[in-house]
Design a protein around this ligand. Sequence first.
Ligand code: SF4
Ligand code: SF4
Ligand code: FES
Length: 753
Amino acid sequence: MSAPELVGGSAADRERIAHELVTVTIDGRQVQVPKGTGLVEAAAAAGVEIPVFCYEPRVGAGIGACRMCLVEIEGMPKLQTGCTTPVTDGMVVHTAGTSEQAAAGQSATMEFLLLNHPLDCPVCDKGGECALQDLSFRYGSGKTRMTFRKRSLEKPIPISPTIALDRERCIMCFRCTRFSQEVAQDEELSAVNRGALSMIATFEDEPYRGPFSGNVTELCPVGALTSTQYRFKARPWEYEQAASVCGLCPVGCNVAVQSREGRVQRVLSRNHPEVDRGWLCDKGRFSYSHLYSEERILTPRRRGVRELEELGWEQALDELEGMIERAQGEVVLALSGSETLELAYALAKIVRQGAGSDRVVLPEQAADALDPFRVPISALAEAEEIVVFEECPVLDRAPLIELWLKQARRNGAHVTRIGPSGDIQRGRGEAALACQELAEKESALGKRLRAAERAILLWSGGGGAGGCHLAALAHALGLHEKEGSGALLLPASPNARGVAEAWAAAGDENRQPRQIGLLVVSGDEAASEPQVRQLAEHARATVALTLFAGDSGEWADLVLPATGYLERSGTMRNLEGRLQRLRGATGSPARRELSWLAELAGRLGVDLPGSEAALFTELSAKVLDGISLASLGDRAPLPPRVEAQTFEAARAESPPTLLGGPLELIRYRALFSGPEVEHVPELSFQRPAAEVEISPEDADRRGISGGNEVVVRSNGTRVTLRARINAALLPGMVRVAAEHCAELARGVEVSRP
Ligand code: SF4
Ligand code: SF4
Ligand code: FES
């Protein structure tokens, strides 16, 4: 049985307490549990239910707000709340099942909770999965003694474009406010007023903007906080549910994809305690409706005289076959890192075995050098020392990691960020140097890292060799010998390592064609890469697999509709190296890639299995030690660490000279960007502002104040943006979201227009 989260104290204290056992009797059943266990958990271990509303261990210890968990404890004069009572040795407890006093208390609580509740279950989106509905059926009286008119309030109030609040239904359990204050630490939700007038509100009625806000719709035990996208769409019992994995970043949160009549209606968390703890970011939760955007490409298109023209699949495959033939082996495949292993493997087989080419453009890699230092993401919560080499904001690369870092801090960890706006300020390209210094020189941080029993290093952007630099430091610190210590790299794409493995499984040579006869671009992320765009300029022909012919629509000769990650089945390897299963939601408006790739393979004489399972078996035999799909289960295990080797530390290179201007431009891909967000109107308020972050020193020198319109220019290119003064930013650097600085070079100048 699991003990509740013990907040505060050192990890060693928590471990010691968990090992002392106490005996408690609940409704006549005796059970032994670790000291410090809460009564609700102890009762569950004894097979007794204590009903709760406000209690949710993931948002902190019990607060006794709703009184639903009242129990009688022998020796105590009054009823006690189970959620705030840790068990002690010899405690004898009677729940409502065996105590008249507890039953009367619970029934009175239920009556109070329903006093002003509108009882509008037939039209409430929570109906069918509501704790209040369920518990009032089981513990409520079935009739009301209230004859007065109930309080009515304005409803629903949009607290953001994605979340609606219906205050009449709220039972003031404070789960949402505790999430906002304790877990996400955005401080945007709070309770205002007192007594019967208490209500949930956002700070100064501003929209709830936190990137994890959607979690409150799942936490709310009643229908008070609901998703605006989901309201009045369907009932919980009408759904088909697929146990899948989010494919939008390298965390790989476990999700339940619920669809009705072939259309995804919502994405919920599916708690993998080592990966996501049941939280999702708002991009993963709310972006599913991009699949039904009218701009999505559903039929193949070919470049006509003036624009892209639709054509049937038969013709499209004729066209593609012809392109491959004419390229005579000079084919380049550009992968995004958002493909499943199976899809990447199928594409690799077509290119390597069907087109006779061996050239690939892979996304920035997560190196296998870190395999000896592998730790589950959840180890962050227990770490004493965490160092984040943060050239790209962790939140934008792997949002859930930011929540784990907050939890680590709550549990007492030191978190040190090293980067352009970190606690230790270092410029671009200097993360490797900082690693080297920590490994070789004595410093206060280095001493703490060596002394810590649990230390974790994180690398968030800053060059392709990040894994090697981090591995060298982790090795120097001896992290491979300490359980709970380790190193994790946050790659820029969800399945960077998986697609490289899939490519390797389809052949082992690497020949560079002199020219590019055909460029095959898989996915919108690859299409937006400057390197891929350059290749497209030199290629005689280009084919793009895309959801929206955004970037590639401008230059591809043939555009083939792709499916989204929620529609795909297969596997992906996340940033820990955990291989997880995606299970596609039922139905997709686009033809599945594997269906037409199998047809194309047949024409090219390539032996390509037509199902994901068969593809997995084939590639597993080649590069995954023959593991089976079944062994991954619904919540995939973390592969064991591999033996540590001696590392030849990669020397840190000095950053190249800036061309174009004296300020260094840091371009980052913001969390709320990309086609999955651009085609969801409810998320548009979260998209990155057209602004440039600049240090106060650089702003002063140029006479710039916060909010000023400024021109950012380099090598003859210029963009107009708004200035935001960032006091944490290292002088000499400016930061702009990638979608607002596509054409700018690395060195820029910023001035008033
Ligand atoms: S809105 Fe929901 S989660 Fe928040 S206090 Fe009310 S009932 Fe609880
Ligand atoms: S943190 Fe990453 S994997 Fe998790 S929901 Fe967000 S985008 Fe998806
Ligand atoms: S669950 Fe114990 S008071 Fe709410």
